[in-house]
Ligand binder design. Structure first.
Ligand code: NAD
Length: 337
């Protein structure tokens, strides 16, 4: 199949090219992200491969359909950026990679939490200046603290298990579907409100939906335990960033570790070190000593990239052969393609 790959970075090129040895698709790598202006670059392709911040709204979907695109293969798990109803209307199939390496994201979540809590990012920059003073670097043990995990699917379950079984934390969880294996090791399911009231740390692992958008907002933060640490490696818009900044300024939130940010599209995944950034919320966040931000890299391991590439190209091969698509995403309420 002729495949146009939007938003290509060096690691996409490396892992998709390697995986394509098993598939033989004609891959066309573009650096540009997908939006209404760049959509015509897909003309002549059977398939488009897109990532988390590419725009796949109704306008882009209709443009792609007009250019003959028949399938969009997302090389990520989340699909909140896709208008699935428009895709169904235009006869475009949409696939994703539901599970590539939940370990990659879960391990990164714990790494971010530890780095923030033990001030490793600040220690690293001090030592590079030969400043070995420890003042201001006092952290807290994870052991014995109350952790709140929102969403105990593949990633959240690993985080909850690691915090409970590995670090000896008390773990509260919130998910419409309880995981009996977690309950068996002492994870306690409760509401998000109770979790906010009781937990020292809240880590978000639920998908972004209209229901979960801004689930962390001024009202929920007002209920939270003073000094709450907020960790988000899921999707940026789960948090109302302005409300989070207000809570940091009020010293009611004690620390924030983010791998995702609600306005990250157009900023993350690019080197903007010589640019002036217009986004005042992100710039304000970066000024707090108790905030640690990374640019959506939790998935970025060799294992995950290799699995993403294989699954993405495998879906395209299945589509080409007319086989059922194991990882097709359908609009809400639709059960068959
Ligand atoms: P998953 O589908 O396995 O688990 C999601 C869980 O959230 C499910 O158990 C679901 O029941 C639960 N949930 C749904 N609505 C909820 C709500 N309102 N409150 C509490 N729980 C709710 O997904 P996953 O593979 O564990 O991934 C979780 C999220 O991580 C994805 O949605 C994606 O946005 C994000 N992600 C981020 C990266 C990264 O690089 N930062 C990489 C992969 C995935």
């Amino acid at each position: 199949m002729r495949v146009t790959i939007f938003g290509t970075r060096s690691y996409d090129l490396q892992f998709l090219t390697a995986a394509n040895a098993d598939h033989g698709h004609e891959l066309r790598f573009l650096e540009a992200g997908l939006d209404p202006v760049t959509a015509p670059l897909a003309a002549g392709s059977d398939a488009v491969c897109a990532f988390v911040n590419d725009c796949l709204d109704a306008q882009v979907i209709e443009l792609l359909a007009g250019f003959g695109v028949r399938i969009v293969a997302l090389r990520c798990a989340g699909y909140n950026n896709v208008d699935l109803a428009a895709a169904a209307r235009c006869g475009i199939a949409v696939t994703r990679v539901p599970a590539y390496s939940p370990h990659a994201v879960a391990e990164f979540t714990i790494a971010l939490l530890l780095a923030l809590d033990r001030k490793i990012h600040r220690a690293w920059s001090r030592v590079r200046e030969n400043n070995y003073a420890l003042d201001g670097l006092v952290g807290r043990n994870l052991h014995g603290r109350i952790m709140g995990v929102v969403g105990t699917g593949q990633i959240g379950a690993l985080v909850a298990k690691t915090l409970r079984a590995g670090f000896g934390c008390e773990v509260l969880a919130s998910d419409p579907v309880a995981d009996p294996a977690l309950e068996a090791i002492g994870v306690r399911y409760t509401s998000v409100d109770t979790l906010l009231r009781e937990a020292d740390v809240i880590s978000l692992h639920c998908p972004l939906t209209p229901d979960t958008r801004h689930m962390i907002n001024a009202t929920s933060l007002a209920k939270a335990r003073p000094g709450l640490v907020v960790v988000n490696t899921s999707r940026g818009a789960l948090i109302d960033t302005k409300a989070l900044i207000d809570a940091l300024k009020a010293r009611s939130v004690g620390g924030v570790a983010l791998d995702v940010y609600e306005q990250e599209a157009g900023i993350f995944f690019d080197d903007l070190s010589s640019e002036i950034i217009d986004d005042d919320l992100l710039q304000r966040l970066l000024t707090f000593p108790n905030v640690l931000v990374t640019g959506h890299q939790a998935f970025l391991t060799e294992e995950a990239l290799s699995a993403i590439a294989q699954t993405t190209l495998g879906s395209l091969s299945d589509f080409e052969k007319g086989l059922p698509l194991a990882y097709q995403i359908l609009p809400v309420g639709q059960t068959t393609p």
